[in-house]
Structure formats: structure tokens, C-alpha cells
Ligand binder design. Structure first.
Ligand SMILES: *Cc1c(COP(=O)(O)O)cnc(C)c1O
Length: 366
């Protein structure tokens, strides 16, 4: 049997988040079944990408959709689309595109490691303050797009996405939203594009629970069509970002599942699990356990913040995080500060909350 155990790799209980480094998320049976089925026959891959895209667009109330090999790949392709949709001759020039509109505007407050994917296309990053005056001043003949990194319900900028879209629209500049981790809520699949964003990018391997190496590009048909000539099986910038037939079908099955999922029941499970953790841990000497909301990505789901008094417990929060990892079974929790960490219910399999609670009681007893 080809499995983790035969390699000496320990499976983890994930009480941290939909982290790429821990495998993203787990695919439900309907996603696995779709991938399995897809693996049994050859197809015309371009035809499959367009049909899957049409279906995902319908399900997510978008004009068009495209399956990428992740949201980071989506950021790269969306940046390329912003150059290509009006300048198809740029096709063969990436990443040397100085002869074309080659600037992406982004806000200093939203800079994050994923914006490197814009840079990889050869597009120049124009970093500005997040306010309307700075945005108006930055838009020029060189502008290809404006990027918006959505951070969920607690985001604080001096400019809103609505205003960003309105200002960019005055000059016909597309706004691209990195919404990789902005599910739930499910409505975000159409909210950003209905607001007027040209494209919104999502991870397939986070809460959607599709293949880890998948993502969605949702939005305008003209932009999405512009990247087909440089995406696999065609050659160019997007060729190394290959998406297989199994990932396309897995991503579609994940979207089909997600749009009809009982999100209220899921939220209830998360709230109840946080209460379970709080009730068990808060009474322990030197421990405070409380509900924290929203979670690290600004998603409207709760976590349990555990704060410890190292003098009472005899260990720092970092020692505890490590002890969870070394525990049998291994448990990934989310580091926070020297004195605190988080327990996140969103990536637990039902039943695992009791294993996590038992491990906590073990490790936090002074
Ligand atoms: C996870 C994440 C990405 C990358 O998504 P992948 O699907 O792993 O490529 C990009 N941007 C943000 C904000 C993310 O949280």
C-alpha cells in the first residue's frame, strides 16, 4: 500500500487552519469520486476546461470561470490577463513586457507574500497608500490593473473595494481581487464580481475542499479568454501552471458541493466546538480560553484563543504548540504570541474535537 505510514510520515490532526504547509484541506468523497472518474478516460483538455468553466460560472453566478492550479497561479494568470485582454501581442513577450501597459497598482497596507506572483509575469508593482487620492494619482497610461487583497470582515483600509472599483472604472482599469481564503461565506464566490471586480481568485484547496493544487478564477469572459492561448496545453507563461483533468473535475465537484452545503450547520459545529474547548480549558489554573472572532483570514468563523500563564504552566505557548506537534496523534494548532495560541475548528474532522480536548487537558495541566 502506498501510504503515509509506509514513508514514516505522521498524519496530523489539523486544529490550525487551511494551511498549504499542512496539506490545505481534505477532499470529501464526492470530490474524490469525481477525480477518480476523471482519471479513467482521456479527454480534450481545452474542451474540458471550457465546459467545466461554464458550469462553475453558472454555479457561482459569474460570466466566466477558469480552473487554475491554485490562487497564487490565479494571481499570476489574472495579472497576465490584465495585460493581454487589450494587448494580445504581449503574448510572446512575458516577462519582458515594457512595450505594453505593464503596471499593477496595489495598496501598501495589503502587501503580502502572494503578490510576488504578479511580479513573476514581468508586471511592475506600483505600491501606493490605500486612499482615493493616491489611487487617482497612480492610474496612468501604463496601468494594467489594480489589485485588491481581500482580508475578510475585519479589514481596515482608508479606501473600500467599492470605491477602488469606482475609481478604476473611470479609467477602464480592471480590479482583480485575491480572495484566496475568503470562503466562507459562500456568497463571496459572486460578491466581488457583482460589485464590479473584473476577476476574483480563490483557492481550491482551502475551505472549498477541492484538490489542493487547484483554484478558481471567476469573472469577466474577455479577461479569462485572453489567457487561454498561454495556458496549458498551449505554450507560454501559463504552461508550467498545468491543471489536470482530475483537478478540473475535482474543483467542479467541490464547487457543486460548496454552493449547496448547509453552511449554518457547519457554523454551528464550529461554535459548539469552540464552546467545548472553552468549557474544558478555561477552568484550568493558569489558562484562559475564550472565543475569538473572526478567524485569521477574516472568515466569519470562531476560534478558541488559549492564553497561558507560563509561571503557572511551566511552559511557554510556543513550547505547548511544539508539544501538540510531538503529541500522538500529532496536532497542529495555530501559534499566536509568547503567551497564546489558537484552536481552530474549521479543519477538524467531526469527532477530532474530543482528541484535541484530551490533548489540551494533558498538556495544559500544571
Ligand atoms: C492561500 C492564499 C493564496 C495562495 O493560494 P493557493 O491556492 O495556495 O495558491 C494567495 N493569497 C492569499 C491571500 C492566500 O491566503
Amino acid at each position: 500500500m502506498t501510504d503515509y505510514q509506509s514513508l514514516g510520515v505522521r498524519p496530523l490532526i489539523n486544529a490550525c487552519a487551511t494551511m498549504t504547509k499542512f496539506g490545505g484541506s481534505l477532499m470529501p468523497p464526492e470530490v474524490l469520486a469525481a477525480m477518480n472518474e476523471a482519471a479513467k478516460a482521456f479527454v480534450d483538455l481545452q474542451q474540458l476546461q471550457s465546459r467545466v468553466g461554464e458550469r462553475i460560472a453558472e454555479l457561482t453566478r459569474n460570466e466566466a470561470a477558469y480552473v487554475t492550479s491554485g490562487a497564487a497561479a490565479g494571481i499570476m494568470l489574472a495579472s497576465a490577463a490584465a495585460v493581454l485582454y487589450k494587448q494580445p501581442d504581449a503574448l510572446k513577450h512575458f516577462p519582458k513586457i515594457a512595450a505594453f501597459k505593464d503596471e499593477a497598482i496595489l495598496f501598501r497596507s495589503q502587501r503580502n507574500p502572494y503578490d510576488y506572483a504578479i511580479h513573476q509575469t514581468g508586471i511592475k508593482l506600483i505600491e501606493i497608500e490605500s486612499d482615493p487620492t493616491a489611487l487617482r494619482a497612480a492610474i496612468s497610461e501604463r496601468s494594467a490593473c489594480v489589485f485588491w487583497f481581500a482580508r475578510g470582515v475585519d479589514s481596515a483600509d482608508d479606501i473600500s473595494l467599492e470605491e477602488t472599483i469606482a475609481i478604476a472604472a473611470e479609467r477602464d482599469i480592471p480590479v482583480i481581487v485575491d480572495a484566496a481564503a475568503q470562503l466562507p461565506p459562500v456568497e463571496n464566490l459572486w460578491r466581488f464580481t457583482e460589485m464590479g471586480a473584473a476577476l476574483a481568485l480563490f483557492s481550491g484547496g482551502k475551505d472549498l475542499r477541492g484538490p489542493q493544487s487547484s483554484g478558481l478564477m471567476l469573472g469577466r469572459r474577455d479577461l479569462i479568454d485572453s489567457i487561454r492561448p498561454i495556458s496549458n496545453p498551449n505554450h507560454g507563461l501559463g504552461r508550467p501552471l498545468k491543471v489536470g483533468k482530475e483537478e478540473m473535475m475535482g474543483a467542479l465537484a467541490a464547487v457543486e458541493r460548496y454552493v449547496k452545503l448547509d453552511h449554518a450547520a457547519r457554523e454551528r459545529y464550529c461554535e459548539e466546538t469552540v464552546q467545548l474547548f472553552c468549557a474544558a480549558l478555561d477552568p484550568l489554573p493558569g489558562v484562559r480560553a475564550e472565543r475569538a472572532y473572526p478567524n485569521e483570514a477574516g472568515q466569519p468563523l470562531p476560534r478558541c484563543r488559549v492564553t497561558i500563564d507560563a509561571a503557572v504552566i511551566g511552559k511557554s505557548a510556543n513550547d505547548i504548540v511544539q508539544a501538540f506537534f510531538d503529541h500522538d496523534p500529532a496536532i497542529a494548532v495555530a501559534p499566536d504570541s509568547d503567551a497564546s495560541f489558537y484552536l481552530n475548528p474549521m479543519t477538524l474532522n467531526p469527532g477530532e474535537e474530543f482528541t484535541v480536548r484530551a490533548a489540551c487537558l494533558n498538556l495544559l495541566r500544571s
